[in-house]
Structures are given as structure tokens and as C-alpha cells.
Design a protein around this ligand. Structure first.
Ligand SMILES: C[S@@+](CC[C@H](N)C(=O)[O-])C[C@H]1O[C@@H](n2cnc3c(N)ncnc32)[C@H](O)[C@@H]1O
Length: 292
């Protein structure tokens, strides 16, 4: 038998009815181990179903010590996937945007890290929606650094209902909120933002589903994965144009035992309401340019 034949046979056995249950039981034990930070497990229809399979003593994101990598690293530096966001954010500022809503912006990581590269408007207001533990740390850092533009809230609904933001940003975050699909949030707000910047999103060609993620330190969270075409269409249906999109190659997704649910790169999307603003006269939206 060729090497390919051996691998194929081994895969068939591993996924066959005799071995698969034991393999998935082992994979689940691995997933639950505290050191397996960022590991994923399971395919569920809802957050409720996913929570049912997680340990009962689970703090989720409500753990101060989860702030470590944000306070020590992300607040200080940007990564490759941040550049498209910085490009469009800078353009938005040049077109007069001053009020930013940053959903899941941690302790102010984007505000501080992007601030080293971007000219921020003098009258900037940058509001972050976060869990109480990150809000406390973020407020303390903002005070220490004299960052008067930075505000924090735990109340996503109130921030959305205020409807006073020019730009919404969310990076690697909305997938952890049970009910924060951007199209639903946008539908609810009377004065919609001209710019919507979504980064590090788990989008794929298959169906929507929910998985669970090990956050480290004994904490876990359910996690949405969305069908890419439907996700984009739901925002376009509200009058937005998808102006740019990019792959986030640093983040991929593997669900043990579910190759059909796994994919190689996360996504970044920039939507603009062209009735409010034309972001760049030289460029055309990514879909019109046939680049999607
Ligand atoms: C993976 S981190 C991303 C942080 C940052 N945006 C970045 O790109 O580095 C996800 C963030 O979403 C926040 N988050 C998750 N669920 C939340 C919820 N229900 N309400 C408020 N914040 C939430 C977490 O506290 C965490 O800071």
C-alpha cells in the first residue's frame, strides 16, 4: 500500500464508529486542560447548548487575570491584521469621524496601539464595551495615561441605543457575545454609524454554528461561527457597501472531529454607508472590483 493509502486508511479508522467516540472523548479532555488556551471543541446550535457542555464553575471572560496579554502586549503593538483597520480608521477620521464605539475593545488595546500610528482627532470620543473586569482595568490605565477620550461601559444596549457613533469597531470579539450580530445591532440603532470595521471574524462557507473555546486559566466561552456570504448580505441589506475585506491568516479554526467546520483564515470586513460618506474616491468597493 502507498503512503497515501496508509494515511487514508488510518483516517478512515480514526473516524469510524469504533474509534471515533474514544478519540473525541480524549480530544475533549485535551480541550478542557487549562494549558490548552485557544483550543476549540464541539459543534452546537446555540450558546445555551454549548454552555451545557462546559464546566459549571466557569468564569468566562469575567476574570481579571485574562487581561495579562492585553495589558502587556496588545496595548503596545499592532499586528499585521491591524493595518487594514488602521488604514480605514484614518480615512474615517479624515472624513470627519470623531466618535468611535469599540465592541470588546479590552482595556483600550486598539485605542492605545493605533494611537502610535494614527493622527486621532482632537475631539475624539472612543467608547469601549467590555465586561466589568476589563472596564475597571481600562479605566485605571486611561487615568494613568491621561486618556480623556477613552470611555468604558458594560452596557452594549445603552451604547447602541445612544446611536451617537460615527465608527463601530469590533476585533475578535462579537463572536463571544451571545446576541451581538452586527446586522441586529445596526437594525436597532436609529442613527447608524457611517463606518463599520470588523476584524478577526470567524466566517466560513458552511452553515452558522456555535463552538466552545478554552480561554485559559479554567475559563471557557461559547463562540459563534458565521456563514460568510449571509453575514455580509445581512449588513449590505441595511444599505451598507462592503468597501474592503481581508483574510486574517494568523487565525485559523480547527474543530476536532469536524473537518467540514474547520477553515484556514479568519476575516476582516470594512462596511461603509455611502449615503453618509465616500471613503476613498480612487478605490472601488471590493465586490464591484470583483475581488471578493
Ligand atoms: C479575544 S478578546 C479581543 C480583544 C481585542 N478586541 C483584540 O482584538 O485584541 C475578546 C474581548 O471581548 C470581550 N467580551 C466577550 N464577551 C463579552 C460580553 N458579553 N460583553 C462585553 N465584552 C465581552 C472580552 O472581555 C474580551 O476582552
Amino acid at each position: 500500500m502507498s503512503m497515501y493509502g496508509v494515511i487514508h486508511a488510518a483516517r478512515r479508522i480514526a473516524n469510524g464508529p469504533l474509534v471515533r467516540p474514544a478519540r473525541l472523548k480524549w480530544e475533549r479532555q485535551q480541550f478542557l486542560a487549562p494549558q490548552n488556551h485557544a483550543a476549540l471543541f464541539g459543534v452546537y446550535a446555540s450558546f445555551a447548548q454549548a454552555r451545557h457542555d462546559l464546566p459549571q464553575e466557569n468564569p468566562g471572560f469575567h476574570l481579571e487575570t485574562l487581561s495579562g496579554q492585553y495589558v502587556n502586549i496588545r496595548i503596545k503593538r499592532v499586528f499585521e491584521y491591524d493595518y487594514p483597520v488602521m488604514r480605514w480608521l484614518e480615512k474615517a477620521f479624515q472624513h470627519g469621524a470623531t466618535r468611535v464605539l469599540d465592541i470588546g475593545g479590552s482595556v483600550g488595546v486598539h485605542y492605545f496601539a493605533y494611537g502610535r500610528y494614527l493622527e486621532m482627532p482632537a475631539e475624539l470620543s472612543w467608547e469601549i464595551v467590555e465586561v466589568a473586569e476589563m472596564v475597571d482595568i481600562g479605566r485605571r490605565i486611561a487615568q494613568e495615561r491621561d486618556a480623556a477620550s477613552l470611555k468604558f461601559t458594560t452596557d452594549l444596549n445603552a451604547a447602541i441605543d445612544a446611536g451617537c457613533h460615527d465608527v463601530w469597531i469590533s476585533a475578535g470579539a462579537i463572536q463571544y457575545f451571545e446576541d451581538a450580530h452586527p446586522a441586529d445591532l445596526l437594525r436597532r440603532t436609529e442613527k447608524r454609524p457611517a463606518h463599520v470595521l470588523l476584524n478577526k471574524l470567524p466566517l466560513h462557507d458552511g452553515e452558522d454554528y456555535v463552538t466552545t473555546q478554552n480561554l485559559g486559566q479554567g475559563a471557557f466561552s461559547p463562540f459563534h461561527i458565521y456563514n460568510k456570504a449571509r453575514f455580509i448580505e445581512s449588513i449590505e441589506a441595511l444599505g451598507y457597501t462592503l468597501w474592503d475585506s481581508w483574510d486574517v491568516h494568523e487565525l485559523s479554526l480547527h474543530i476536532p472531529g469536524h473537518p467540514e467546520c474547520s477553515f484556514g483564515a479568519f476575516s476582516g470586513l470594512y462596511f461603509v454607508d455611502t449615503k453618509q460618506v465616500q471613503p476613498d474616491r480612487k478605490a472601488r468597493p471590493v465586490a464591484q472590483a470583483g475581488l471578493l
